[in-house]
Design a protein around this ligand. Structure first.
Ligand SMILES: Cc1ncc(COP(=O)(O)O)c(C=O)c1O
Length: 462
């Protein structure tokens, strides 16, 4: 291995890296990125990488959008900070809330702003509790999430997340969070079970859980339309209509986590429109500002807002908010982002590119390492397995997914491995047809290198 650069050593000795094996990192050091252009980022040596993950599923407009830079600079010059506490307000927050209400897929009354997807989902949970206290049903507090869901890492959001690494030794999940079955047909359907039958079984499992806990104790259900960090899991056909019927039957509030799927990723403005369900409340973040600045939103219906009013009258304030809730610079950038999405028909063009993207992705299913290639819109993943026939996974300690990511980087492609040797792709929405081909050519070569290495290591089934 090449010796680490001085900058790499400084990084190792100063920064705690999120989602990193901190022990292994001391040997490998960082991939230091310096600049970006279009769908490419460049490392400190000048090597170009196609950013196949849009950063962390977020840089929808790529890496050199001057209009977003200008929007930020103009707002910084005019009013670099203002808060929304104690009745203060400003134009960027008002306009952004108006725009979000306008494009919302369901009737939204108000928007609460925060800075991250985790904060948005924490807020969702608090608002549901607050609402049910206002409505005089203090027992109705449990939130149902799903195994392999990803809703963030703050204490409540990490509890909603259904991935072991976010719970183990963090003493999570907290009370009042439950996890129902994961809607992944490839892994969890029974032999010969159709997607529809699997969906029926998943809805029955949810109903059983609600009945076991007591419907008067179950307040809400939270779901990503397509699960992202849990492995890019597209639910089986009819899933959401069946789940929504169960929620409606027991008066369970439906929260839609659109942090990845929102703003065009699945080929419509919101993921729930593609998956066919109508939530009560929605969390948005990431592509809301094309990730140029941190901003997130909690979009709530009128009846929830009425409950907040009741509590406010009783307590004297709505005791929740962040210093940077609706930060004017972030809000101005988000507004410009939404304007560009509309003006340049970004969502339509993402939808138009999806068939090519999904076709190239699906073709990877023929690769000896790929158990399943799956996706929707402009997001996808390949699940790497030791044995295609039995679906046997690799021993996690062999780090096959991590190895594939490293080979991809050699090929000038950034992808990510997530839970269980799953390699995900989620490029900027502005990716061109040629760049989509380039992405999959590079990923194919990375998979071939991974296969050759896995053979040498004797990791593949005979
Ligand atoms: C669906 C979903 N919800 C919530 C989050 C948490 O967002 P953040 O990392 O901004 O806190 C993420 C992050 O990837 C996400 O994918």
């Amino acid at each position: 291995m090449a010796p680490l650069s001085n900058t790499a050593v400084r990084d190792i000795e100063t920064v705690v890296h999120p989602y990193t094996n901190l022990a292994a990192f001391r040997e490998t050091g960082p991939l230091l990125l310096e600049r970006g252009k279009g769908v490419y980022v460049y490392d400190s040596e000048g090597k170009a990488y196609l950013e196949g993950m849009a950063g962390l599923w977020c840089t929808a407009l790529g890496y050199d959008n001057e209009e977003l830079v200008e929007a930020a600079a103009a707002q910084m010059r005019k009013l670099p900070f203002a808060h929304l506490f104690t009745g203060k307000g400003h134009d960027p927050a008002i306009e952004l809330a108006e725009t979000l209400k306008e494009i919302a897929p369901v009737a939204i009354s108000k928007v609460f702003f925060c800075n991250s997807g985790s904060e948005a989902n924490d807020t969702q949970m608090k608002l549901v509790w607050y609402m049910n206290n206002a409505l005089g049903r203090p027992k109705k507090k449990k939130i149902v999430s799903r195994l392999r869901a990803y809703h963030g890492v703050t204490i409540a959001a990490a509890s909603l997340t259904g991935l072991p690494n976010n719970h183990i030794d963090f003493d999570l999940p907290i009370a009042n969070v439950l996890h129902t079955m994961c809607p992944h047909h490839y892994r969890y359907a029974e032999v010969g079970e159709s997607e529809e039958d699997f969906a029926t079984r998943l809805a029955a499992a949810l109903e059983e859980l609600i009945l076991k806990e007591g419907p008067d104790t179950v307040a809400a259900f939270i779901a990503e339309p397509v699960m992202g960090a849990g492995g890019v899991l597209v639910p089986p056909k009819t899933y959401f209509e069946k789940i929504a019927a169960v929620c409606a039957k027991y008066d369970v509030f439906m929260i839609d986590d659109e942090v990845i799927c929102g703003f065009g990723r699945l080929g419509a403005m919101f993921g729930c429109e593609v998956l066919g369900f109508r939530p009560h409340a929605i969390s948005v973040a990431k592509a809301l500002s094309s990730a140029y600045l941190p901003i997130a939103g909690v979009m709530i219906p009128e009846d929830m807002y009425q409950a907040l009013l009741v509590e406010s009258r009783k307590i004297g304030t709505f005791g929740h908010g962040f210093t940077y809730s609706g930060h004017p610079v972030a809000a101005a950038v988000a507004l410009k982002t939404l304007e560009i999405y509309r003006r340049d028909r970004i969502v339509e063009s993402a939808a138009a590119r999806s068939p090519q993207f999904q076709k190239r992705l699906a073709a990877l299913a023929d690769h000896v390492l790929v158990g399943e290639a799956r996706g929707l819109g402009l997001v996808g993943a390949v699940e790497l397995v030791a044995d295609k026939r039995t679906k046997q996974s690799f021993d996690p300690s062999k780090g096959v997914g991590a190895r594939c990511v490293r080979f991809a980087e050699e090929e000038g492609l950034i992808v990510r491995f997530i839970a269980g040797d799953i390699v995900s792709v989620c490029p900027p929405l502005i990716i061109s047809p040629q760049e989509i081909d380039d992405l999959f050519d590079r990923l194919g070569r990375a998979l071939d290198k991974t296969r050759d290495w896995a053979k040498r290591e004797q990791l593949l089934a005979a």
